[in-house]
Design a protein around this ligand. Structure first.
Ligand code: FE2
Ligand code: FE2
Length: 389
């Protein structure tokens, strides 16, 4: 376990004393970006890495613009201050590293911006970053321009509706990250955090609107997390537009949406995020996720039968052409119908590196073209949500 020490320049662990002194001077002498310059209250950044070359790279990217302190995992670890931005470039496949980062960062909800740079594309590393309280995850190799863009662009200047809703989205992502890590380790999943974050999400959307939620989610989140946050937002707003008001009914909606793809937590991300079409065996593997999701949640007394049903059947269609059971018509619950429509719409408008996302109008047109698969009156009601909310 790393020590928790006050911040010291020697923590950068340079190879010799002379370089240590130089490093010290560069920390002290770094030009500082003031509040009025660009990034709001941000003037100091703490960087953390598990390899000296990663640490030096981070410092060289940031020191011209920020006062930088640094900590190398495995040496004397600097505990990040509560109000700092922290950039973490650490291999999160190592349990030792995870423990060291956690010790250094403290409480995942402890405040401050936490930007994680991830080299590998495994689900576990992504989930782990969010479980450690990531504000933003960047996938490597990350250059200076990309890192500065995130630092300048995502650190809000004081409270505003946009930053409040972005911070709620982050809370949901962090709770999902913790749950995905538990799923990967085969633990019984505790969905309380996810439900509480979902409840705050529903409030934020009712206050600021779906469009603002979708904007924040697509700007700050990627992959499966972006998808889950979008589906949850769309489902909640769709439910409200249909007249759902009771707290328990809303909870059923966002719980189903946030959990519906939990089975993907244990599928290879190389398949889930494969650029281009999947082959037959890959498609078969992905299609196991609805049953796998139910298996992961089987022993969980917090999950209602309706939510189980929604997780298992969210890829079923009215004409019986869906999976995994090929059920049709009246066997498909109202909750599933709402979730399926929201799921497909969200998948079409997602921002992904390897595919163009559709506009909301084009995505709604795709739904309208799925004749016989989706409930027509529901599709008509969804138009307002899809295009205008
Ligand atoms: Fe799914
Ligand atoms: Fe989905």
């Amino acid at each position: 376990m790393p020590h928790r020490l006050s911040r010291r320049p020697s923590d950068i662990a340079p190879p010799d004393r002379e370089r240590s002194l130089l490093a010290h001077r560069s920390i002290v002498a770094s030009p500082v970006v003031r509040t009025s310059d660009r990034a709001g209250a941000l003037s100091q950044i703490h960087v953390m890495a598990d390899r000296p070359h990663r640490l030096h790279r981070l410092r060289s990217m940031l020191e011209p613009r920020f006062a930088v302190t640094a900590g190398l995992l495995g040496n004397e670890i600097v505990r990040a201050g509560p109000d700092e931005a922290v950039v973490v470039d650490v291999d999160l496949r190592s349990t030792q590293n995870i423990l060291a980062v956690r010790a250094s960062l403290g409480d995942p909800d402890g405040g401050g911006k936490r930007i994680f740079l991830i080299d590998d594309t495994s689900h576990l590393s992504r989930s782990q970053a969010y479980a450690l309280g990531a504000s933003r995850v960047l996938y490597g190799p990350v250059d200076q321009a990309a890192l500065l863009k995130v630092l300048y662009g995502t650190i809000p200047v004081g409270p505003s509706p946009a930053s409040e809703i972005a911070s709620t989205a982050l809370d949901v992502a962090n709770a999902l990250g913790r749950m995905f890590v538990e799923a990967t380790h085969g633990a019984i999943l505790d969905i309380k955090d996810v439900q509480e974050a979902g409840s705050r999400m529903a409030e934020a959307i009712s206050e600021h609107g779906l469009a603002e939620w979708m904007d924040a989610v697509r700007r700050h989140h990627e992959g499966t997390f972006q998808h889950l946050l979008l589906v949850a937002g769309v489902v909640v707003d769709f439910g409200v537009s249909l007249g759902v008001r009771r707290r328990t009914d809303l909870e059923r909606l966002y719980t189903s949406a946030l959990l519906h793809d939990i089975g993907k937590a244990v599928l290879p991300v190389t398949v889930l995020d494969k650029p281009g079409p999947l082959d037959t065996s890959e498609r078969g593997l992905v299609q196991t996720h609805s049953i796998v999701g139910c298996d992961l949640l089987r022993d969980n007394a917090q999950i209602s039968d309706e939510v189980f049903d929604a997780i298992r059947h969210h890829h079923e269609f009215l004409d019986g052409s869906g999976y995994p059971d090929g059920i049709s018509g009246g066997s498909i619950s109202d909750l599933v119908r709402v979730l399926t429509m929201s799921d497909i719409f969200s998948a079409l408008i997602e921002h992904r590196g390897y595919k163009n996302s559709l506009s909301r109008e084009a995505a709604y047109d795709v739904l309208c073209g799925m004749r016989g698969k989706l409930e027509h009156p529901l599709l008509v009601a969804f138009r307002q949500v899809a295009l205008h909310r």
